[in-house]
Structure formats: structure tokens, C-alpha cells
Design a protein around this ligand. Sequence first.
Ligand SMILES: [Zn+2]
Length: 324
Amino acid sequence: MAQGLKSFGIAQFFERFPNEEACLQHIFDARFGTHSPCPRCGKLGHWSRIKGTKKWRHACGKQVSPLKGTVMYRSNLSLMAWFYAFFLFSNTSIGVRAGFIRRQLGIGHKSSNRLCRMIRVHMAAMVRPDKLGGEGKTVHIDEVHLRYIANTAGEPNDAVIVLGLACDGQVLSAIIPDRKSGTLIPHLVARIRPGSKVVTDMLSGYRTLAQRGFEHIQINHSVAFHDFRGHTNNEIETYWSTVRRMLRAARQVSRAHMWTFLAEIEFKYNRRHAKHTIFEELISHFPPYGPESSRLLEERFDWSLSRRIHSDNPVSAVHSHPIS
Ligand SMILES: [Zn+2]
């Protein structure tokens, strides 16, 4: 049988990553390989492995540990466990429960919980649309309440409000503090390209979108799911049903972890027509991980944390108009 490029199954996985060394070499190649300059001298290539260690040395003398600064640094799990978990996360459409990972890898409850959380954080750092829409495009906008469970005794179960934008099969979604105009409009203006047509429900918070230069269509949900010109908000509704299905499958999501689940769901949804590339993408780069970067990642999916409206691409940071 011909081996299609699209089939990367369990056999291919173990062929490519048969041991710790193969995983470590892969991480080194992804972080410091032929295309990445040495962090000290800036020159490419000329790395050699330091025998008996997990380190590499550059021609200039600089030593690096490929795991340092990644989600896998100082983990008590083997790299194979990490890679296999990346593989399992890549190959389910509904999401992975910590209990499943625990049984598959034969690890403890705490380790599997941390591993799953870290993989979601890793997904949160992957490429994401910076803006949606554009001339002649329609951006569908909606917001939903998603319930989370109490994390500590005494804290009541409650819900977060999540704002979602969909266009051409791609979505952007994040937690917002409220549904007021002063909250919604700056985020939308920062993330929708000029010239877009925008479709929302009747919520008053969206009312000033037309003043921002967008052709604005408001759909009255209480009458029908489409207006007389045949506009619907199905594109974002489809995404919400995916979100609800995956949160249901996860069973218990606390407020603190909600953004990591949103990150996973959005990441997978935006790649639903290219599922075979997910594993490859997850192991293609290992962004720095630490308290500071973790907070920045959280801000990507929880817009209630920061009053500052920032685009995801720091190079082309977008500043919204001041709100009157
Ligand atoms: Zn160097």
C-alpha cells in the first residue's frame, strides 16, 4: 500500500521518534538547527554535541540545552511522553481528557494534568490570524456565555463571556469582561480589516460599528436566524457548537484554565481542513515558556486581562481609535 503523506500514524511516529535521543535531536534542530543563528555570535550552523550531556556547543564556545526555556524544561516526563501526547492531541477532534493521557502514558494524575495544560499553552503560542475580513469579505461576530466550574470551595460556578469573529472559515475568539460598546468596539476595530461587512445580533454594544466604517448587518435572533436579505450568522454559530461540544467533553473546566481550552479549540478549528499538519506544526517550533510569556499567551485569549488592545503580531501592533 502506498504511504500517503497524509497518514502519519502510530507506526510512523515510533519510526521517527524511537527514543529520547531522537526527540532531543529534533528539538535541537527545531530551535538551533541550520536556520537559527547562534544566540551569542549570531552565526549559523557549526554546532557539535557535547558528549555525555544533553547540550550542544557552538563554534564560538556558546553552550545550549535545547530544552531550556521550553514547556518541557525540568519536566519529570520523558520527551517521548511529551511527543506522544502531542501526537494524541493532534489526532482527536473532540479534545483529550487528562485521564486518557494518564492511562495511555502510564503516568500520575498530577503529571497528566500538567502535561495537558502545557500542551494547550503550547497550542496558544502557535500561529493565529492577526485580523479577519477585508474588502468584499463578511465577518460574522457573536458572543456567548460559557460556564466554568468552581476551582476552590466557596467560589460559585459561573460563566465567562467569549467574543468570536469568523470569516472564510477562520475564527478568532477570546474572553471579554462585558458586552458594553466600550469593550466590544475597540477589540473589533483592532481585528477586522477595513472594508469588511460585519454581521452581528441586535446587541446594543455593536451599534456603533457602522460609524467605524463597516457595513453593518444586525440579525434579530428573536425573529429568525436570518434577515430578509438572507444574512445568517451560521459561520460563528458553527464555531460555538464546536466550542460547547469540546468543553462538554472536557467535563470540568475551571475559570483559570478556560483560556487554554479556548486556545486549543480555536487552534484545531482553524486547522480542521488540514488535520494531518497539526502534529508537524506542534513539534516544529518550541516558543519560550516562562511566567512572562505565559501571561502574554493568556492575554491572547483573555482580552479581559488587559485594557491595552494589542494585535497578535508585535511587529504590526495595531492601535485602536480612542473611544468617545
Ligand atoms: Zn556562536
